[in-house]
Design a protein around this ligand. Structure first.
Ligand SMILES: C[S@@+](CC[C@H](N)C(=O)[O-])C[C@H]1O[C@@H](n2cnc3c(N)ncnc32)[C@H](O)[C@@H]1O
Length: 952
C-alpha cells in the first residue's frame, strides 16, 4: 500500500486538471457532507447520456484535461455506462475515473467493468455505529469492503504514465475523522489483508465540520420509557444537554489523530510517504485544478442546454431504464432508529429514483455526430460565420429561446424538487422549529458582534428559503413570513457582505429561491469574452492565432458571430500582438447586446451618448464597416482617453469624439438615425466585477440615478430623426437590474414622449422586462424590453429597451420639431401609447422638455417612502419639511438627501428604535408596497391634478 501525501491527488489533477463531472444526489446521507448543495439539494442539470458524452468530449477537446472524473455516480450507473460508451464512439480517449463513496452494489460495478480505468473510492468508517450515526447507512463498511475488492479485481493496483499521471488502477481515499482513529486502523488492516499491500491510499486531513455537524440544537427535554425493577414502566424526562448536533465530530482533526492514522497505514502497508509524479518535468507548469462541468465553465455551448437533476429525468434514446428501476442501484441506506435527527422515509431510496424516461426528448445522434465531426475539423467555427443570412440567426434564436425555456422549466422543476427536499429537510434539520430564530444571542452577545459562522448562515439561508417556498406547510406556527424574510435578509447581508439596504433591494426583485441564485451568481466571475474586431480580422483567424499562443477558447454562442469565450490562457490577453494590433477588444458578452439591438447600418449617423471606454462605439463602427459617422460622446474626459485609445487601436475611422453632458445634446445637434444610451447606472448587474456595489449604493443613488437616466433618455429620443429612412431608433441600456433604473425609466419616457414606442430588441434570449413590480404597473408593452441575469444566462446583469421614434420632437425640447423632417406623415405613424398611459390620461400629456417640477414630485414621493420605511412619519415631519424646503430654496445643496432632513442624533435614535422593532416584528416585503401603492396612487392623482391646474 502507498500513501499519498497531498490532499488532492496530483496524479489525478496533473498539470492540466481533471475534468470533474458532479452528479447531483447521493445514496448516502453523510451528516458532515461538504457537497451538501449537490448531494442533497440536487443542484444540477438534466442530460441524456449522449449529451453527457458530449460534455466529456468538450472537456477532452477544449479543456485539455487528463481524465474524466465522475463524482458520485453510484445512483446513475446505467446512464453513466451509456454516456461512456457514447463518448468512446465520439472519440473519447481519456481515462475514466469512478469517484465514489464505495457504497456501490456489485451489480453496478459489474456494469462498469471494462468502462472504468481508475476507481477512486472513499473508505469512510468501519463500525456499524459510525455508519448509522454519521452516514445514515446500516453497515456501510460491509458494502465498501465488497465494492473495493471488486474494484481492485477489475483494475488492479494503480499505475501511471511516464509523466506520473494516473492511468489505471485503484486509489482509495480515507478522510480522517475526529476521534475515529480506531476506525481508520481497521480500514488500513482490511486493505492490506484483503485487497493488496500495494494499494494506494490518500489519507486526507482536511476534515472540517459541515452540513448538519455543529448546527445549533435547542436545549430540550427527552422523554424515555424505563422499566423499573418489578417490570413497572415509567416515563423519565431527561435534559438533552448537547447544544450542537453531532458534537463529537464538531472540530477539525488534531495532529495526534493524523499521525496515529498515518502510523497505522505505515505499519500495515508498504510505505511510500512521498508520492512522486513520474519524471516531474511537466508538473512545473501551472496546475489548473479541476474543471467542473457547469454552465459556468461551459456556458452557451450548443447542445449543452442545461436541465435538472440527472437522476430524476435522465433520458436515453435506447430507452434504458434508470439504475434503481433495474435494481442495479447501490444498496439502500438504512437508518439508526434511535437517532431522531433523520427521517427514515426521507432516506428511502424511492426518493432517489428517476421519474421515468422521456423518449421524446432524445435527439438525432447521427446528426449530432456529424455536427461534432464537422466542428472538430473547423476548430469549432462554422463556415458561414461571416454569412449574414439570417437563417443562422433564426436557428440561433430558436436555440436560445429553447435554452431560456429550458432554464425556466428547470427552475420550476428545481422549485418542485426543493419542495420535496424541503419536507425531508424540515424533519432532518428541525428547520421548522426554533433553530432559525434561536441564535440571535450567544453567550449574552448579539450574534452580529461575533464572527459569522458562514456554514451556519448558509444552511440557515437555505432553510428559510425553503420555508418561504412553501410557507403554509413548513413555517413554524405563529411565525410570520415577514419574520422569516427579515431573518434571511440579515443572513444574506452577513454571508455575502451586502448592506441591509442593498440586500433587500435585490432580494425584492425575485422569488426567494431565485434571489438566492442571483446572490450566488454574484460571487463567481462571469466568463472572459473578447470581441473580434471585424474591421481588421475574421473570428476564425483570430481564434487560430490565439490558440497558437496557448489560449483555450471557443465561440461565445451561436447568437454572436464575433464573440469568443476564453477558458484559459497562458498569455496576458491585454498584451498579445493581436490585441495590440487591434484584432480584438475585451468586452463582456452582455455588452454586445445593446449594439445588437441598435443594429447600426452602413452610412448612418449614430450617436453614442455615453460612450467611454468605447466597447459599444467601436462595435457600432465595425457593424457599419467604418462608413457613416458615429458621434462618441462622454462628458468624463478622463474616461474619454480610454475611448480614444480604443478607437485608434481598433482602426476605427468613422468616429467623432465629443464631450458634452448628454442632457444637452439635442441643443448641440440632432437628426441622428440611431442613438445609443448606455446610461450611467448603479452597476447592480456587475457585482461580481465590482463587489463594492454591495455596500456603496444607498437609497439616494436610486433616486438620483433614475432622475439622470430619465433626463438622458428624453434627450436621446429628442436627438433622433423620426423620419430617418433607415432608423429612427433609440436603445436604452444599463448594467443594473433595479426596476428604478430600468422599467421605471422606460415608462417615464413613454409617458413623456408619446412619439416613441417600444419595439422588439431582436435579442433572441433573456427575460421579458417586468410589466409590474411591487404594485406598480408599467404596462404590457414593457414585455418588449429585455432583462439578462447572471444566474440565468451567465452574463452580467443587463437591461435593454429599444424604441422607435414615430413622430417629431416636442417644441420645448432643445431639438425643435422643425429641425426634423416636417413632411413626415403623422397619420401613417400614429404614436402608440402604453396601455396604462392611456388609462391614466397620458394622451393629454403635452410635449415638453424634462419636467423638473414633475420630477421633483417623484423625488418627494420617493423621500416620503424612504422615510416611512425607516420608521419616520413623513406627515408628522411635513411641517418641518415645508420649512426645510423654504430654506432649501436659498440653500439648494441640502435638498436631495432625505435622511439629511432630519437631525443626525434623532436619526440615530430612530434607527436604533427601528432596529429593535424590526428584530421583534419584521416588515412584510410584498404586502407593504400594496399599502404604499394605494397611498402612491392617491398622491399620484393629487399630483396629476396639480399638474393639470398648472397647465391650465
Ligand atoms: C455605462 S458607462 C458607458 C460604457 C460605454 N457605453 C461602453 O460600452 O464602453 C456610462 C458612461 O456614462 C457617462 N456619463 C455620466 N454622466 C453622463 C452624462 N450626463 N451624459 C453623458 N454621459 C454620461 C460616464 O462617464 C460613463 O462613461
Amino acid at each position: 500500500m502507498r500513501r499519498l501525501a497531498s490532499l488532492t491527488e496530483p496524479c489525478i489533477q496533473g498539470h492540466n486538471g481533471s475534468g470533474s463531472v458532479f452528479f447531483s444526489g447521493c445514496n448516502l446521507r453523510c451528516t458532515f457532507c461538504q457537497n451538501h448543495d449537490i448531494a442533497h439539494q440536487r443542484n444540477g442539470f438534466d442530460l441524456t447520456p449522449e449529451q453527457l458524452a458530449e460534455w466529456y468530449i468538450k472537456l477532452q477537446d477544449t479543456g485539455g484535461v487528463h481524465n474524466i472524473n465522475l463524482v458520485t455516480p453510484e445512483h446513475v450507473v446505467p446512464q453513466v455506462a451509456l454516456s461512456i460508451l457514447a463518448a468512446r464512439d465520439m472519440g473519447l480517449t481519456l481515462p475514466i475515473i469512478y469517484n465514489t463513496s464505495a457504497f456501490d452494489s456489485l451489480e453496478s460495478l459489474e456494469l462498469m467493468d471494462g468502462l472504468v480505468d481508475i476507481y477512486l473510492p472513499d473508505f469512510k468508517v468501519w463500525s456499524k455505529n459510525a455508519s448509522r450515526r454519521l452516514l445514515k447507512a446500516d453497515d456501510y463498511a460491509a458494502v465498501a469492503r465488497e465494492s473495493i475488492q471488486e474494484m481492485h479485481r477489475q483494475v488492479g493496483d494503480l499505475c501511471f504514465t511516464a509523466d506520473g499521471i494516473a492511468k489505471k488502477g485503484l486509489l482509495v481515499r480515507h478522510l480522517i475523522m475526529p476521534g475515529k482513529e480506531a476506525e481508520a486502523e481497521a480500514i488500513m488492516g482490511f486493505l492490506a489483508e484483503h485487497v493488496s499491500k500495494d494499494v494506494f491510499v490518500n489519507i486526507m486531513e482536511q476534515y472540517r465540520p459541515a452540513a448538519h455537524v455543529g448546527k445549533p440544537k435547542k436545549e430540550r427535554q427527552r422523554r424515555r420509557q424505563v422499566t423499573e425493577p418489578g417490570g413497572v414502566q415509567r416515563e423519565v424526562v431527561e435534559d438533552d444537554v448537547e447544544h450542537v448536533r453531532y458534537a463529537e465530530i464538531n472540530r477539525p482533526v488534531t495532529e495526534q489523530e493524523v499521525s496515529s492514522v498515518r502510523k497505522a497505514a505505515e505499519q500495515q502497508l508498504y510505505q511510500q510517504t512521498t508520492f512522486k509524479m513520474g519524471s516531474g518535468r511537466r508538473m512545473k507548469r501551472k496546475q489548473r485544478g479541476d474543471i467542473e462541468l457547469t454552465q459556468k465553465n461551459f456556458p452557451k455551448k450548443e447542445g449543452g442546454a442545461p436541465a435538472a437533476k440527472k437522476r430524476k429525468t435522465a433520458t436515453a434514446k435506447t430507452g434504458v431504464v434508470p439504475a434503481n428501476r433495474q435494481k442495479k442501484a447501490a444498496p439502500k441506506p438504512a437508518v439508526d432508529e434511535d437517532d431522531d435527527e433523520f427521517d427514515v422515509d426521507a432516506i428511502n431510496s424511492d426518493e432517489l429514483e428517476g421519474e421515468g424516461f422521456d423518449e421524446d426528448s432524445v435527439f438525432d445522434s447521427d446528426e449530432e455526430e456529424q455536427q461534432l465531426q464537422q466542428q472538430k475539423k473547423e476548430f469549432l467555427f462554422s463556415d458561414d460565420e461571416d454569412d449574414d443570412s439570417d437563417r443562422e440567426e433564426r436557428l440561433t434564436a430558436a436555440n436560445i429561446e429553447g435554452l431560456t425555456r429550458k432554464l425556466d422549466e428547470q427552475m420550476a422543476e428545481e422549485a418542485a424538487a426543493a419542495e420535496a427536499e424541503l419536507q425531508e429537510a424540515a424533519i432532518q434539520t428541525n428547520i421548522g422549529g426554533e433553530d432559525i430564530f434561536a441564535d440571535d444571542e450567544e453567550g449574552g452577545k448579539p450574534m452580529s458582534m461575533l464572527a459569522p459562522d458562514l456554514q451556519l448562515l448558509r444552511s440557515r439561508i437555505n432553510d428559510v428559503i425553503r420555508i418561504l417556498g412553501d410557507f403554509s406547510k413548513l413555517a413554524e406556527p405563529g411565525r410570520s413570513r415577514a419574520e422569516y424574510t427579515a431573518q434571511v435578509l440579515k443572513d444574506i447581508s452577513a454571508y455575502y457582505g451586502y448592506s441591509p439596504f442593498m440586500a433587500e433591494k435585490l432580494w425584492n426583485l425575485f422569488p426567494p429561491q431565485e434571489a438566492f441564485a442571483f446572490f450566488e451568481a454574484n460571487e463567481t466571475p462571469r466568463p472572459v469574452v473578447i470581441r473580434t474586431n471585424t474591421l481588421k480580422t475574421h473570428r476564425r483567424e483570430l481564434a487560430q492565432a490565439l490558440i497558437n499562443r496557448g489560449v483555450t477558447l471557443e465561440p461565445v454562442g451561436k447568437w454572436s458571430k464575433v464573440g469568443l469565450q476564453v477558458f484559459d490562457t497562458t498569455v496576458p490577453l491585454g498584451a498579445t500582438p493581436e490585441y495590440l494590433s487591434g484584432h480584438y477588444i475585451l468586452q463582456a458578452a452582455s455588452s454586445f447586446l445593446p449594439v445588437m439591438a441598435l443594429q447600426p447600418q452602413p452610412n448612418e449617423r449614430i450617436l453614442d451618448m455615453a460612450s467611454a471606454p468605447g466597447g459599444k462605439t467601436t462595435y457600432c463602427s465595425a457593424m457599419m464597416n467604418n462608413t457613416g459617422v458615429v458621434f462618441a460622446n462622454d462628458p468624463n474626459k478622463a474616461r474619454a482617453k480610454g475611448l480614444i485609445g480604443n478607437i485608434h487601436r481598433l482602426g476605427v475611422r468613422n468616429t467623432i469624439v465629443c464631450s458634452y453632458d448628454a442632457k444637452e445634446f439635442p441643443k448641440v445637434m440632432g437628426g441622428f438615425d440611431r442613438v445609443l444610451l448606455d446610461a450611467p447606472c448603479s452597476g447592480t448587474g456587475v457585482i461580481s466585477k465590482d463587489p463594492s456595489v454591495k455596500t456603496s449604493r444607498t437609497e439616494k443613488d436610486f433616486i438620483q440615478l433614475p432622475h439622470l437616466q430619465k433626463q438622458l433618455l428624453l434627450a436621446a429620443i429628442d436627438s433622433v430623426n423620426h423620419a430617418s429612412k433607415t432608423g429612427g431608433i433609440i436603445v436604452y441600456s444599463t448594467c443594473s437590474v433595479t426596476v428604478d433604473e430600468d422599467e421605471s425609466v422606460v415608462q417615464y419616457a413613454l409617458r413623456k414622449r408619446p412619439n416613441v414606442r417600444l419595439v422588439d430588441t431582436g435579442i433572441p434570449f433573456g427575460r421579458e422586462g417586468y410589466t409590474s413590480y411591487m404594485g406598480k404597473n408599467f404596462g404590457a408593452t414593457l414585455k418588449l424590453t429585455k432583462r439578462f441575469f447572471p444566474h440565468t444566462v451567465n452574463m452580467d446583469g443587463f437591461f435593454v429597451a429599444k424604441f422607435q421614434k414615430v413622430g417629431p420632437s416636442p417644441k420645448e425640447s432643445g431639438r425643435s420639431a422643425k429641425a426634423d423632417n416636417e413632411d413626415y406623415d403623422m397619420e401613417m405613424h400614429q404614436p402608440v401609447l402604453d396601455e396604462d398611459d392611456e388609462k391614466n390620461g397620458a394622451k393629454n400629456d403635452d410635449f415638453g422638455g424634462f419636467d423638473e417640477d414633475e420630477d421633483e414630485n417623484y423625488i418627494e414621493r420617493a423621500k416620503h417612502n424612504a422615510m416611512r420605511r425607516r420608521g419616520f412619519n413623513p406627515r408628522a415631519d411635513s411641517a418641518k419639511q415645508v420649512a426645510k424646503k423654504e430654506e432649501s430654496k436659498k440653500e439648494v445643496t441640502k435638498e436631495d438627501v432625505p435622511m439629511e432632513d432630519v437631525p443626525k442624533d434623532e436619526v440615530a435614535k430612530k434607527v436604533e428604535a427601528k432596529k429593535e422593532e424590526t428584530s421583534k416584528k419584521a416588515t412584510p416585503k410584498k404586502d407593504a408596497p400594496k399599502k404604499e401603492t394605494a397611498k402612491k396612487e392617491t398622491s399620484k392623482k393629487g399630483s396629476s391634478k396639480k399638474g393639470a391646474s398648472k397647465k391650465a
